[in-house]
Write a protein that binds this ligand. Structure first.
Ligand code: UVW
Length: 320
């Protein structure tokens, strides 16, 4: 795309709806406010078998971690292990002969299965709820991941297996789908998307990351939802609190209609306060759901409480 011909996000989203102020001038969790105690209980009613699925991808996968271009995979460093107590080693001497292993990770907070803070993405100098974008400098003073983590995310989840619905192992690069596709997919799965559902969308696109290696990043354009005013209005009307996908950025990377990068991040996260969860592993859940045809579950996620963080690694859980 020639960036010079791309309209600004202000122009693209000129008439787009916002939820700024809806939950007060101090709000930092946006559409997660829709997940009331009643919604938790609605989710609980979809536990029918006691089957538990963890939706996090492995951090430090020997096969590599898929990350947004410019980010680097997590690096785990061993600090202390048995070798430190070899002769001449620096292992600390504790009474009784205690030894232990320690390690640390250096990781982008958006570098694995993650929750994005609402202040993670913006345009036009303002982040979620109208806070000044300068509040992001040197750490998010507003709309960081901390208030989201303090709250936790629990509700009814619904899996929309777009790859299977399209009869594909995985979606292709730059392949798009719309909210109408989500509804059609749900219908074919024998369910209906309800108000306040946590949408969990499977493309299986990241399968290609391991198959293609470095080539994966050539002409990088992920498949995904594509911006339209109707789609944004649908999210608004359905009061969707949280969008979860198995791609790195939850939407087509470059909008095929105007060339802009990630306009849905702007329309959904910055304007409507919809929380985004990315790089989820939906394979086991999808396999099970194709078998028993139960596509709804209790969805629960607890991002880490990171002061001023732009996001957090997470291991979401689906219970059927
Ligand atoms: C960007 O914000 C660029 O990406 P993501 O939402 O995938 O972290």
């Amino acid at each position: 795309t020639n960036a010079q011909n791309v309209p600004s996000m202000d122009e693209i989203l000129k008439d787009a709806p916002t939820n700024w102020g809806k939950w007060g001038p101090e709000d930092e969790v946006g559409a997660l406010n829709y997940l009331t105690a009643q919604e938790v209980m609605r989710g609980v009613r979809h536990i029918t078998q006691g089957e538990v699925f963890t939706l996090q991808r492995l951090i430090g996968d020997p096969k590599g971690d898929p990350v947004w271009p410019g980010r680097t995979p997590a690096v785990r460093t061993m600090i202390l292990d048995e070798a430190h107590w070899d002769e001449g080693g620096d292992g600390p001497a504790f009474p009784g002969g205690l030894h232990y292993a320690d390690d640390k990770i250096e990781a982008f907070l958006q570098g694995s299965t993650q929750y994005d803070a609402l202040g993670h993405v913006w345009y036009g100098g303002k982040i979620w709820n109208g806070y000044d974008a300068r509040t992001t400098v040197d750490g998010l003073d507003k709309a960081s991941v901390e208030p989201i983590a303090q709250r936790g995310i629990v509700g009814r989840g619904i899996l929309l297996d777009i790859a299977r619905w399209r009869d594909k192992e995985a979606l292709d690069a730059a392949e798009t789908f719309t909210h109408e596709d989500l509804m059609a997919c749900a219908k074919d799965q024998g369910v209906e998307i309800e108000k306040h559902d946590v949408l969990v969308i499977r493309t299986n696109f990241l399968k290609k990351f391991h198959e293609q290696g470095e080539k994966f990043y050539e002409n990088f354009c992920e498949p995904g939802l594509v911006y339209s005013p109707e789609l944004v209005q649908w999210f608004q009307d359905m009061e969707i609190p949280n969008l979860v996908t198995d791609t790195i950025a939850n939407e087509i990377t470059y909008d095929p209609n105007n060339g802009a990068a990630l306009p849905l991040h702007c329309a959904l996260m910055r304007n409507l306060g919809v929380t985004l969860t990315e790089i989820a592993d939906l394979e086991k859940l999808a396999e099970h759901s194709a078998g028993d045809k139960q596509y709804t579950f209790l969805y629960a996620a607890a991002p880490l409480k990171i002061h001023q963080g732009t996001g957090s690694p997470v291991n979401p859980i689906a219970i059927k």
